[in-house]
Ligand binder design. Structure first.
Ligand SMILES: [Zn+2]
Length: 846
């Protein structure tokens, strides 16, 4: 499927607006910028097929955040740090080759040769991709002794830890090397960022002129040469696990995003570029509103706009007819056409880490249909121009960073100083930079502290996540009261007087309903670890709770077996980790019983297994009621037509899943041993051939279970006549955090009061049980407008069933989700409700 297609309606509006905003965009080969969608609407259309990469990853348990690699910038070694990179076998199938670009297997040899030839180049492995490939970080700088490197490191820390002292330090101001970071190829089939970056690396490492030498004495240039080698080789946007890495920075489910997060924290760049493609016209951020409300936006835009103008000049100087200008959304587009709202994109996330971040989109399409249909000469001509553009933007950004090193340093110091001081972000006046107006003004109020009660796997997961993002977390050393509530010793506190308070807040706050502010948004407009990750997160708005604290570098263990020996154990399915424990026990052959949809009884003799899982997963077993009965159950046999992120989440929870799709069923897939069929992506009942349809019908007739999600699932429900309800859908791009009321005993039982939606659905009809309803004012944060006729908006969804369960004509169990409990693996606190539904649908009728 062609991912370059834009969302119907929204995309058309976007293109029309871009045309209006850019009357000059009719230069030869100069088409209006278009945007590739991530795993948004198309995630309902392509069922994920198992990859070995995911199997290996699924052993990474969802409770634990592991470091991307044993890599650290902090060593006693100076520069260069010459590492002989392992060389990968030549792969003639690498999709870069047809374009005349550097295939993945050639990168390590090139970097090895450069390291041998120059004392300015260091290459390291900073992580491994989902598919197991090395992720390279190249550092280009003038040689440093161990002592000099250590001093740079102390200065970097001082800027973050004590900005006031850093500001006063003359030696730091004179001697701190300007850190700039270039990230290339995060979308695997947007290749030339890598090639442009390699060209710049080669020039910097071999140039003999005094200007370059002096530049490298003042600068450290960091390059993650390809952030997505799996996609580079395969010619895909996604990584080997099917994820769009450039949507993962708030969730960190993928090794590629974790690796660059760690690079950002370790290098603390003043400025960064994320090199993408292909928008027709080169596109260079800063973006349109809505602007992230947690930025110190004045410190950002004062550099981002002039740096973008400098990059535009640089591509004009190339002299190609295709590079006569750039689209700079802040300057050229209408609000909502290219926003910087969610922290899921690399440059937006990087702003919170102290960098002036830019997405750069190189112009000429060479991927998707173009890759297969254009003549090779034309593809290579385009790829050469794209490489020129990538290199030119990088060079221009390096020049900007060097020329403005003093103010960039002062402004990074200022960002962290405001955080420590707890100052409100300043109100930015109109005209602060050219074009800054009221539509650009976004702000939030930072609470004084967040309070996270300890003791659950969900709380530990959230705390470890925050710490891995360089958010400072402490733990109370005694019981305390705050906001009229009592908290126990060990409760986590996030004092919002800290350097990266913007990042802490953008992850934890509820967010905001921005539906009325712009006509459409590109990607998610709501997220919230505070509301969706399953941990209780309180905020203390005005005062810091008065309690002695200790710094936390890792969450305290949460698992336990709280039951007398010899007693059966009970496990409550409230979190994905609980589900994982159940699946691991079943896989070990332990006979489990379920007393209700949310409670599993573990026999006393399996106590050692339970104790081991309590330790590794942080789950809590309690004493089961005496003579607890319940039905014995097995690991369900699940056939799943689901998206890649859902498949990943299912595996995180330990479910063994057999991927299916329309094509797989049509090829004769045997449903006879399947307990539950999940349908959310890539399975169309009308598109099944007669034999496959008969097989699905027979499955339903014998009481097979069904779980559906989203529009594809709802269409399957209607076509295969699973439950007698009708689905109504909100706008395809509507998304965000919604309030829900929980009613049913399967999905509703003990679920959080919030859920996540993307293309929200609600159900009408009778003969089903309402598990969960949308709240009376459903949208808490995000963007969800009604149609032009005023239908299908949050007002119409209010109070309507969001999740229903029921019994099919064949006597099987079915659950339909109109919400998105596994979306991109972000809403961790919703996993268990999905799993409970899955286990219930897998129960054979009596
Ligand atoms: Zn891209």
């Amino acid at each position: 499927m062609d991912l370059s297609r834009t969302l119907a309606g929204v995309g058309a509006a976007l293109i029309a607006t871009a045309l209006l905003a850019n009357p000059a965009s009719a230069a030869p080969g100069d088409t209006p910028s278009t945007r590739d969608f991530g795993n948004g609407p198309e995630r309902n259309e392509i069922a994920a097929i198992d990859g070995g990469a995911i199997d290996a990853l699924s052993t990474r348990v969802l409770s634990a955040e592991q470091p991307a690699a044993g890599w650290s910038l902090k060593t006693r070694r100076g520069f260069p740090r010459q590492n002989r990179l392992p060389v990968w076998p030549v792969n003639p199938e690498d999709r870069s080759i047809k374009l005349g670009l550097v295939p993945y297997h050639s990168i390590a040899p090139r970097l090895n040769a450069l390291q041998a030839a120059s004392d300015r180049v260091s290459a390291e492995i900073v992580g491994r991709s989902a598919g197991g490939r090395d992720l390279y970080l190249v550092t280009v700088t003038a040689p440093e002794s161990g002592a000099e490197a250590a001093r740079q490191d102390r200065w970097r820390e001082l800027i973050e830890e004590d900005p006031g002292a850093a500001k006063r330090d003359r030696h730091l101001r004179a001697g701190y090397k300007t850190p700039v970071w270039i990230n290339a190829n995060i979308h695997g089939n947007e290749w030339e960022g890598t090639d442009g970056a390699l060209r710049v690396i080669e020039r910097l490492s071999t140039a003999t002129d005094a200007a370059t030498r002096d530049f490298l004495k003042r600068s450290r240039v960091y390059v993650t040469v390809t952030n997505n080698p799996d996609g580079r080789v395969a010619g895909t946007r996604a990584n080997g696990a099917g994820f769009d890495v450039n949507r993962d920075h708030a969730t960190s489910s993928q090794p590629e995003s974790r690796a660059v997060r760690d690079v950002m924290i370790a290098t603390q760049p003043f400025l960064m570029l994320d090199e993408h493609g292909y928008t027709g016209t080169t596109l260079i951020e800063p973006a349109t509103p809505p602007h992230g409300q947690n930025y110190e936006y004045d410190l950002y835009i004062k550099h981002a706009l002039p740096n973008a103008l400098g990059m535009e000049k640089a591509i004009q100087r190339l002299g190609h007819p295709e590079t006569t200008r750039a689209d700079i959304p802040f300057r050229d587009y209408a609000p909502g056409d290219w926003d910087d709202w969610p922290p899921i994109f690399t440059p937006m996330y990087a702003i919170y880490q102290g960098a002036v971040g830019h997405t750069v989109e190189i112009p000429l399409r060479v991927n998707n249909a173009a890759y297969d249909t254009l003549p090779v000469e034309e593809l290579q001509r385009r790829a050469r121009i794209n490489t020129d553009v990538a290199a030119a933007t990088i060079e221009a950004a390096l020049t900007y960073a060097d020329t403005n090193r003093g103010t960039l340093l002062a402004d990074q110091i200022e960002q962290f100083r405001r955080g420590w001081a707890g100052e409100p972000s300043p109100v930015i006046p109109d005209g602060f930079v050219d074009g800054f107006g009221p539509e650009d003004r976004y702000a939030t109020t930072f609470p004084r502290a967040y309070v996270i009660p300890a003791g659950t796997a969900a709380a530990a997961r959230l705390v470890d996540h925050l710490i891995s993002h360089d958010v400072r977390v402490t733990a109370a050393r005694s019981d305390f009261r705050a906001g009229g509530r009592h908290y126990r010793k060990g409760t986590y506190l996030i004092d919002m007087h800290q350097p990266k308070r913007g990042l802490a807040n953008v992850l934890l706050e509820a967010g905001r309903d921005i539906s009325g502010l712009v006509p459409q948004m590109y990607d998610i407009s709501g997220w919230s670890h505070g509301l969706l990750w399953g941990a209780r997160v309180d905020s203390s708005v005005r005062s810091l709770p008065r309690v002695p604290v200790v710094k936390v570098s890792r969450a305290a263990p949460t698992g336990s077996v709280d039951a007398p020996r010899g007693r059966d154990l009970s496990l409550s399915l409230r979190d994905g980790t609980d589900v994982r424990a159940v699946n691991e026990l079943l896989a070990r052959g332990v006979k489990l019983r379920r007393t209700d949809a949310a409670t599993v009884v573990v026999p006393a003799e399996a106590r050692p297994d339970a104790a081991a899982l309590a330790t590794t997963l942080g789950v809590r077993f309690t004493a089961a009621p005496r003579r607890a009965r319940g039905d014995v159950f097995d690991q369900p046999v699940v056939a799943a037509a689901v998206s890649a992120d859902e498949l990943f989440a299912l595996k995180e929870m330990g479910f063994a899943v057999r991927p299916v799709s329309t094509a797989i069923l049509n090829a004769g897939f045997d449903l006879s041993t399947v307990d539950t069929l999940i349908v959310s992506s890539g399975l169309s009942y009308p598109a099944l051939n007669p034999a496959a349809r008969a097989s699905v019908d027979a499955f339903l007739a014998r009481g097979g279970g069904v779980l559906t999600r989203g529009a594809t699932g709802a269409a399957f429900n209607a076509a295969a006549r699973v439950l007698p309800v009708t689905a109504t859908a909100g706008r395809a791009d509507a998304n965000g955090v919604v309030s829900v009321t929980n009613e049913g005993r399967i999905v509703g039982a003990g679920s959080p009061a919030h859920s996540f939606v993307y293309s929200p659905i609600w159900f009408t009809g009778t003969g089903v049980t309402v598990e969960q309803r949308y709240g009376t004012t459903p949208l808490v944060a995000g963007h969800w407008l009604p149609t032009e006729a005023g239908t299908d908006g949050p007002a119409q969804a209010a109070g309507q069933p969001a999740v229903v369960s029921g019994t099919t004509d064949g006597g099987g169990h079915a659950v339909l989700f109109g919400t998105e409990p596994l979306f991109r693996t972000h809403p961790k606190g919703l996993y268990a409700q999905y799993a409970r539904a899955l286990l219930w649908t897998a129960t054979r009728p009596a």
